[in-house]
Design a protein around this ligand. Structure first.
Ligand code: AP5
Length: 222
């Protein structure tokens, strides 16, 4: 029977665990992970024109202007691998203008996942987060400490992960969340993200397996 590649959006407050879950989702479902935060951080470290424009906004915890991010995302989604393997969009859309841009291009996910985590937990997760610049893996000093001393020595902290900046990122997230979720209300699935990451993934895994099956059935019944 025919099957279409999955198209998934994942959303949630800063440090709700999007990147952590995306790693697990990609391993299991083979989707192309499109994270606007990761793409922008790569542009910044490569010192590109986009990176230079984005840097100040990111470091201060504000959103990068819509037109910069939208151009980057639509270019990435139109590449062959995303069409063939399906995609997992992480960190976009983040404003109602960004959601409108996707709607105009007829780019819609099958499911819109929202990770739900209480505010006080988010701050601690950001402040303890460390990234491995070599593997791209996400760690946490308490929750997920690095496996070896060698990894530990090379971990870096994101410049926007101070308590003060996390608070302002969270406020910006809340200002936009409602407008975006109204675009996707019919396909929205809220998931309790304040549980061990394996448990959260188990729920996402069964959700995505179900979504995949439903779509395969729908295509083959036409
Ligand atoms: P972005 O990189 O998207 O940041 P964010 O949304 O703030 O999300 P985070 O990366 O902080 O968190 P996450 O949810 O991925 O959590 P993680 O898995 O790492 O964006 C950064 C910036 O780029 C923005 O501020 C903006 O400037 C710009 N930008 C990006 N997209 C844009 C857009 N569309 N428009 C405009 N500007 C844009 O987990 C966090 C920590 O918690 C880790 O330490 C992890 O180990 C730990 N953890 C994860 N899961 C669990 C668990 N279940 N239990 C305990 N600890 C856990």
């Amino acid at each position: 029977s025919k099957s279409e590649p999955l198209k998934v959006m994942i959303s949630g407050a800063p440090a709700s665990g999007k990147g952590t879950q995306c790693e697990l989702i990609v391993n299991k479902f083979g989707l192309v992970h499109v994270s606007t935060g990761d793409l922008l951080r790569a542009e910044v470290s490569a010192g590109t024109e986009i990176g230079n424009k984005a840097k100040e906004f990111m470091n201060s915890g504000r959103l990068v202007p819509d037109e910069i991010v939208t151009a980057m995302v639509t270019a990435r989604l139109s590449r062959q691998d995303a069409k063939e393997r399906g995609w997992l969009l992480d960190g976009y859309p983040r404003t109602s203008a960004q959601a409108d841009s996707l709607e105009k291009l007829n780019i819609r996910p099958y499911v819109y996942i929202v990770l739900d985590v209480p505010d006080e937990i988010l701050i601690d997760r950001c402040v303890g987060r460390r990234l491995d610049p070599v593997t791209g893996k996400i760690y946490h000093l308490k929750n997920f400490p690095p496996e070896t001393e060698e990894i530990k020595a090379r971990l870096v902290t994101r410049p926007d992960d101070t308590e003060e900046k996390v608070k302002s990122r969270l406020q910006i997230y809340k200002q936009n969340a409602e407008a975006i979720s109204s675009t996707y209300s019919s396909i929205m699935k809220k998931i309790d993200g304040n549980r061990p990451k394996e448990i959260v993934f188990k729920e996402i895994d069964s959700l995505l397996s179900q979504v995949k099956e439903d779509h395969t059935l729908a295509i083959n019944s036409v």
